[in-house]
Design a protein around this ligand. Structure first.
Ligand code: FAD
Length: 714
């Protein structure tokens, strides 16, 4: 805390101490007020303006310092100045005093509180930003809440002082009038308790919650407004229509069918979406081949004199096809039909908020879950006309396309000139393209991956922006910009892997007016601006993974189907993104859950770091894979895990233990106390927990034990 803050705290503490030491409280009692009424009245008649000024200043001081006495002073205002002027004086004095207390708390404590509990206060701050004025109004209207506490607590939030001032002024007015009016009848008052009868208190409570109820009505009205130009069917053919048979759509339909809802799933292409057909599954199948080649290259390291590996990319793609075919039945039309889902193959189009058109037929449903695929960003750099650009999604697939083997073979020849199938393992940041923003895995993890790529012969250029393509005779060059300088990289073929964007056109979204930016806009319940149209998976973000798509799907299914059965929860569940894991399937793999250092710093969350180097892990050494690190962030002084990042063999599998721990509040002590099989890679989790424990040894107890053992030795 700064010096000026300390001085302010000391001044306030001294004033409060003086108040209690000199027993100034007895001036703020009903008896004292009654006994001095005539004297006060005489003074006021002789010095009317001065009486107002003195009263005003004392009132402001009492409320600003959060001292007891404001209620008595409000009665006094009625007794001395009458109903009208008493109300005016108290209304302003109490608001100014309350705002003073609010500002002092904010100045002295808010930064410290926000930086210590930053992330945890996020929800409160978001609530205050959205509904703060309504909450404050309610609290002010109901005199059951101690006003001084409201001043202090709201000072710690992000509520603007101006809002606090005017809402307090309006909110306290009704209570002020009641008290000032009671003060005009001072002689008849025997205690403060009688001022607010239970009936009056009840009326205040009703008045207090009225704005919140009104707000809900306005929200409901706004939501209904979007339906104004559409006529709702009297009956619905089904409970839920799911558009898209990717990860999100399949899980939504599965849950809906499992709970006996009538659900239709519409897929225009292959069931399984990106993940099965052009994403996770084919990419991992290719990675397996890449791993094999890598092992062959390292044969001598394992005592094998020579191991010749020759890639037949067409055969690689044949295997990819077989892998997809093996997984396919899990996502097939037959399986889902068997589960009770009505599956329709065709292009779905939203006609109105309750109607979807497919194959010329109109289907109606109370709720619709919208799952659209994403398209690959197209490179639009100048000079790329006539250059073969392989977009990652299309390079991995569609492996089923009949012409794939021929094209694939040509592609292989070119890629092999570089770093065999390593090209298939290039992450975005190492691909020689733009990488100006911080790496979400954390800088040291990027470095681990970068070094490995370089050692495999990949020319890695980060913070480099691809600008255009030029040709000189037969040679093609990619012109890049790095640090203000231009560089030319000769190439044979370009593989574009700059990410994907949501495809939001051509499906009725625009025509209907479903709000979208880069992705479809959804609220915390995954509803679009049409409350019966939900969106989940890649199209709604904020994470674009298969497992997050499935996670979101649960909320879509439950919120859409069960809203009327969940009245106490407001009818819905808020989607929970608190523990989201993901992996980058580079070599070595990098997996992450929760916070990393960059996030923690950005969100001002205090943390401690514990690391374990895989160079020390027996199994990793035996496998000649002893490179990488486990990095755990914990709450300072506690074993509560805030986040973990692992770089190493099978990091994506190994991190599951930490995901479970974070999800269920298990700390590092418990991970340390769990038996892990020796020698396995999973032991890295236990050793990281051990490193944390060593850094938090109970020093006092150990000193005592040392003495105890010495004493036992005699
Ligand atoms: C190369 C690559 C590798 C990946 N690897 C991983 C990984 O290892 N792990 C991971 O978690 N994620 C990975 N992903 C991401 C993952 O594939 C996506 O997050 C996931 O597929 C999202 O599922 P979804 O249901 O939201 O969308 P999609 O899988 O895109 O499914 C949408 C479906 O909707 C259909 N559709 C669209 N419009 C209509 C319409 N009008 N009518 C009917 N049907 C329609 C489409 O045909 C498609 O089948 C990878 C992605 C790519 C491209």
């Amino acid at each position: 805390m700064t010096r000026s803050r300390w001085i302010l705290v000391l001044v306030i503490a001294a004033l409060a101490a003086a108040f209690f030491t000199f027993n100034l409280g007895h001036y703020f009692t009903l008896d004292y007020l009654k006994s001095q009424r005539d004297a006060i009245e005489t003074y006021r008649s002789a010095n009317p303006l001065l009486a107002v000024a003195v009263f005003f200043v004392v009132y402001v001081a009492v409320t600003a310092l959060s001292l007891p006495g404001a209620a008595i002073m409000t009665l006094a205002a009625g007794a001395i100045f009458g109903l009208l002027w008493g109300t005016v004086i108290v209304s302003f004095a109490s608001t100014i005093g309350a705002t003073g207390a609010f500002l002092v708390t904010r100045y002295v404590l808010r930064d410290a509180v926000q930086s210590r509990y930053g992330d945890r206060l996020k929800t409160i701050n978001a609530g205050i930003e959205k509904d703060g004025a309504f909450y404050l109004f309610t609290l002010r209207l109901v005199p059951a809440f101690p006003f001084f506490l409201i001043n202090l607590l709201l000072g710690l939030t992000a509520m603007p002082a101006r809002t606090f001032f005017w809402v307090s002024q309006i909110g306290m007015l009704a209570g002020t009038i009641v008290y000032v009016n009671a003060g005009t009848q001072l002689a008849r008052l025997t205690s403060l308790k009688g001022i607010l009868s239970p009936g009056l208190l009840g009326a205040f409570v009703l008045l207090g919650i009225f704005p919140l109820i009104a707000r809900k009505i306005v929200d409901a009205f706004k939501a209904r407004k979007v339906y104004m130009n559409h006529s709702k069917p009297k009956r619905f053919d089904r409970n839920l229509i799911v558009i898209g048979g990717g990860s999100a759509g399949l899980v939504t339909a599965y849950i809906a069918a499992a709970v006996k809802a009538k659900v239709t799933l519409i897929e225009k292409s292959d069931m399984g979406g990106d993940c099965l057909n052009t994403g996770c599954v084919p990419s991992k199948a290719i990675l397996r081949t890449a791993k094999l080649l890598d092992n062959a290259r390292r044969a001598q390291e394992f005592g094998v004199k020579s191991l010749r590996a020759e890639v037949d990319f067409a055969q690689v793609m044949e295997r990819v096809k077989r892998v997809i075919a093996q997984v396919e039945p899990h996502d097939s039309v037959e399986r889902y039909t068997g589960l009770g889902v009505d599956v329709i193959k065709g292009h779905a189009k939203l006609v109105d908020p309750w109607t979807v058109e497919v194959n010329g037929k109109k289907l109606t449903s109370r709720d619709i879950v919208n799952r659209r695929w994403r398209r690959t960003f197209r490179a639009t750099h100048s000079g790329t006309e006539g250059v073969r650009l392989s977009h990652l999604r299309y390079s991995l697939g569609n492996p089923r396309a009949t012409q794939a083997p021929g094209r694939a073979r040509r592609r292989t020849d070119r890629l092999r000139d570089h770093a065999s199938l390593c090209a298939a393992r290039l992450p975005r940041h190492a691909s020689g393209n733009a990488a100006a923003h911080p790496d979400p895995r954390g800088p040291e993890f990027s470095e681990i991956v970068r070094k490995r790529f370089v050692s495999e012969g990949v020319d890695v250029r980060v913070n480099t922006k691809a600008k255009s393509v030029v040709r000189e005779g037969e040679q093609k060059f990619l012109v890049c910009e790095a640090g203000g300088k231009e560089a030319r990289i000769p190439f044979d073929q370009i593989l574009v892997a700059v990410g994907r964007a949501a495809r939001l056109k051509g499906y009725g979204l625009e025509e209907l007016g479903v709000k979208a930016g880069k992705t479809v806009e959804v609220n915390e319940f995954l509803q679009t601006n049409f409350p019966n149209i939900y969106a989940c998976g890649d199209v709604a973000g904020p994470y674009q993974f298969t497992h997050t798509a499935s996670h979101m799907a649960w909320y879509c299914a439950v919120n859409s189907l069960f809203a009327p059965l969940l009245p106490l929860r407001g009818g819905k569940f808020k989607v929970d993104y608190s523990v989201i894991p993901w992996a980058t399937f580079t070599e070595p793999e990098v997996a992450r859950v929760g916070l990393n250092e960059l996030d923690a710093k950005e969100k001002k969350i205090p943390y401690e770091v514990t690391t374990f180097d895989l160079e020390e892990l027996d199994r990793a050494i035996a496998d000649s894979e002893a490179h990488g690190i486990v990095k755990v962030l914990t709450v300072p002084g506690k074993d509560k895990i805030l986040g973990v990042t692992i770089a190493g063999e099978h990091a994506g599998d190994i991190i599951a233990e930490y995901v479970l721990a974070m999800r269920h509040g298990i700390g590092l002590n418990k991970i340390l106390g769990t038996i892990h099989i020796y020698p396995t890679l999973a032991e890295m989790n236990k050793y990281a927990a051990g490193n944390w424990k060593r850094a938090h040894q109970p020093e006092g107890a150990l000193r005592f034990l040392e003495k105890f053992h010495a004493w036992r030795r005699g």
